[in-house]
Design a protein around this ligand. Structure first.
Ligand code: UDP
Ligand code: MG
Length: 311
């Protein structure tokens, strides 16, 4: 039988401290599975520190290491597309460089892959160290997203998963530039299987996702998988219009029957402010979608490469 090749894809942004530790762990993993060929595909996402030098060092020592150096920081979502494009493996596992996704879990994934599953995703039972606010917001967000979108995104499942060549080829075709890869995994379908793991803490450095970046990712997630917010604007408009119509009839009758002394400043100002708010909100929602259309129609490449070696 042909030997099969496994790609470990690792997007790196300012990870010079984590990489040596990560390398020793994945090398141990690969050495323990000599029945497969291995490729360690590191993607340098415009790091500002010495990450690229560390990667070059690793490549000199180990020919399984290959890398893609992006021309600037494009963000993890786009960096992952670069990985899908150039990976040569029969399957691919995305790992975080900070070792929050323990490489040892890949062993279990490979077992499932052998059984014929095409997308083996890892659900975290524990989430590692993070702030209370971030955990709460994240959980609330996923339940909202599940309610609104057809492609339901799974709670506590991240990018840590094994993808068969079929899935990789499918993902390569989805070339939108505002990407929400977690949703794309669900969208493509294929035979899925879940395993669980404990998410560790970062070995070194800081998370590069602050709450603001996470908020942006969250908006991308909703707007790229659902037009429900637009419908919400329609519904709000409808409710307000019907309410106003009833109110108008009431006033008309009342004025005809008992007359009207001019008063009602509070009613007026409250109605005006409320309507103004609803209008601005609806415009904002439309704007979100318009902005996405604007960005997608420019049709720019999703990422640019300065240099690549080994792939
Ligand atoms: N990452 C990236 N580009 C970015 C931000 C992050 O490639 O612009 C990588 C980062 O190096 C790490 C992974 O994405 O391998 C997850 O990032 P991080 O640990 O900062 O996020 P968190 O684990 O807090 O969600
Ligand atoms: Mg992390």
């Amino acid at each position: 039988m042909d030997r099969r090749k496994v790609t470990l894809m690792i997007p790196c942004y300012n990870e010079e401290q984590s990489l040596p530790v990560l390398y020793s762990r994945i090398a141990a993993l690969a050495d323990g599975r000599p029945e497969y060929d291995w490729e360690f595909l590191l993607i340098n996402d415009g790091s500002l520190d010495g990450t690229l030098d560390v990667i070059r060092d690793l490549r000199e020592r180990d020919s399984r290491v290959c890398f893609i150096d992006l021309s600037r920081n494009f963000g993890k979502e786009r960096a992952m597309l670069a990985g899908f494009d150039y990976a040569t493996g029969d399957c691919l596992v995305t790992l975080d460089a900070d070792l929050q996704d323990p490489p040892e879990v890949v062993d279990q994934m490979l077992e499932r892959w052998k059984q014929g599953y095409e997308d083996v995703y890892a659900r975290r039972i524990t989430r590692g160290r993070e702030s209370w606010l971030r955990r709460r917001l994240s959980l609330a967000y996923y339940s909202l997203l599940q309610r609104f979108t057809r492609a339901d995104v799974l709670q506590n499942v991240g990018d840590f998963r094994l993808l068969d060549r079929r899935c990789i080829n499918a993902l390569k075709q989805l070339r939108e530039s505002e990407r929400y890869t977690k949703g794309l995994f669900t969208w493509i379908g294929y035979r899925k299987c879940e395993i669980t793991f404990d998410r560790g803490d970062r070995v070194a450095g800081e998370s590069s996702y602050n709450l603001f970046k996470l908020f942006n990712l969250a908006v991308d997630g909703i707007t790229s998988f659902s037009t429900a917010p637009l419908r919400l604007a329609t519904i709000m408009g409808l409710v307000v219009s019907v309410g106003t119509f009833v109110y108008m009839c009431y006033f008309l009758l009342k004025t005809l029957i008992v007359g009207e002394e001019v008063q009602g400043f509070p009613t007026l100002i409250v109605t005006m402010l409320f309507l103004g708010g609803v209008q601005l909100l609806s415009l904002g929602i439309i704007g979100e979608y318009l902005g996405r259309i604007f960005n997608e129609t420019k049709n720019r490449p999703v990422y640019l490469i300065r240099e690549k070696q080994g792939v």
